[in-house]
Design a protein around this ligand. Sequence first.
Ligand code: GLC
Length: 712
Amino acid sequence: MIEKINPALRNKAIEYWSDFQFIFKTLYPNSEERDLLDIIETINTAYLNRKDSLKEIDKKRELVKDWHLDQKWVATMLYVDLYAGNIKEMENHLTYLRELGINYVHLMPLLEPREGQADGGYAVKNFRKVNAKLGSNDDLIALIDKMHAEDQIIAIDFVMNHTAKEHEWAQSILKGESRFKNYYYLYPNRSIPDQYERTLPEVFPDFAPGNFTYQEEINQWVWTTFNEYQWDLNYSEPKVFNAMLGEMLFLANLGVDILRLDAVPFLWKKMGTNCQNQEEAVMLLVAYKYLIQLVAPGVLFKSEAIVAPNDIIRYLGAGGYEGKACEIGYNATLMNHLWHAIACENTMLLRTTLSKLPPIPPSSTWINYIRCHDDIGWGISDQNAADVGQNGHETRMFCSAFYTGQWKNSFAQGYNFQIDKSNGESRISGSTAALIGIQKSFIENKKEDLAHAINRFKLLHGVIFFLRGIPLVYAGDEIGHLNNFDYLKDTEKREDNRWLHRPVMDWNKAKLRNELGTVENVLFNIIANFSKRRKETQCLHGNAKETIISLKCNTIFCVEKSLKEENLLLVANFSCDFQLITKLELPEKWQGKSFKEVISSTSYLYQGDTLIIPPYGILWLKEITEKVSHLKAYRLKMEVQTVPGESVYFIENVSTASIDEKIRNITCYWVDDLGWHVDLNLVQGEWLSYHWVKMYGNTLIEKSKDFYYHAM
Ligand code: GLC
């Protein structure tokens, strides 16, 4: 069968096809040869349609497989219409994003949605067409090209769990045709739906109760986990797998770098379960990953799985599929535990939960975020709460009470979203500024409270810019968007209070970022500075080792990072009092040092034997070492002849001739008329031995003799 795959993909197919087939057969034991042939046809077509420029990007990324772990990436997410009006206009805002240091932009759903209510675009009518209100496919391609030219990357949603009821597949069924009848879950009466409902939770109990919707036209019940107009696709049908593969590859071929796979926990249904996080849902992503690695290996998957801590990481491949599922995942666990910690001025639950999580695969990373377009769900497990002497239910109830301002001394002004009637627990809507206390301090005109609120803003962002993952700043947070009630005037949005924190970008407010002393100026600079410091700090690369340090003081969150020779220490005080750490509490390597505080770029010292951390203070401490101060940048020329398509790699150590991390980490670059070069930071006066390796794709073409270099 493999011989049917385009010859250009043959070598790679040898690597992936049998693994793919195995997983496909496990998912679809009754599938036929025809199903696999259809898949081959889909990948061959997509490969032929993939532009050469994208194939070039694929090639580069295959050589530096961990490119997404680089600390240089800083992300945002935004709705094109609310931010810029349309896709063409987005170009005018790239400079603003650059000012913030943002180079990874997630454009919220932008494919043709159904008319009327569309769950913010998550009800897609046509996966192959950009929403005409935002522009055309060509506009999107032009924007992507422009962004790529400036080393910016783009993510878009692939809403893979469901389609809009107006999608042609669903419409065909509603017309009584049979061609797509297995594409969705349809039932002639309530018998099976009722059996499922016994164990199914509700995602939107307030405005979309139940998981099935009656369709009068065909006298059938259809599975609708979310809204009644979002029909769940039936992934137990191999034809759906192939059809959605075609849609996925079509989007990949527009040039997007990352596909955000929406609502992945719901992809596989099993009677008697909650139909979330089934093993098969992960396997589906693994199967798709094999195929995308074949056709568009430069494209990454980002999972949107806002579920319990131990389930979230399964979509990153933890637990058997390391390196084979999604490369990126939303770190909802960190997000909601940070909000919990800052509400109760206690980091025990945060520390315990993070420490207990199995490590994520080395090739994966997180999107670390404080806020996004959705509500905040309190994904705090009963067990983790019990481990710190708390009751899970009470803790989650506390969080909701606190963030809706119902708790004494609460600084937050959020709103309940979807109350679970069985236990009273709820999720929360509201903008960062409203939840962190900026809004309340404005309303009450309390300067001191505003200062605390800004420090909390800095603290939470300082943590997400530090920890393993790509930090994401929700668009508008950098200028302190408050809760916005315009959505109440819009009949399509008024039922859903998540629109409170999805306002039109306030560009007048954004202008205030340039006026000293304004809140906008302070918040904007906090983010821009974190981006800058992060990019300069090698130790924040995703490959660094991360260790949570348990200090006696439970309001302090302390994490150590180590990469090669460099160490970095995060010290974050989640209370609004001064806190002290004595030297002896810290690992030995931190005890006798004077530090550089990276965020403020100043030196930091023990006061006697104590580190003093101000209210909501955050420090990124780095040891001051002699070596660092003598580093100088050098550019070395490689004496090597190449033909087009070949690449050159610099290897610092003669013993590392095999294709290992070093080969991938130090990539040479081509300068016209001058040849291949590499940039290095070296200690003056030091000798360096190295060689170069010439590659064509994954094939080693030539390896140099050893060279020596004296850094003068
Ligand atoms: C995801 C989206 C959310 C949407 C849901 C259904 O969770 O983030 O906004 O409502 O999927 O598509």
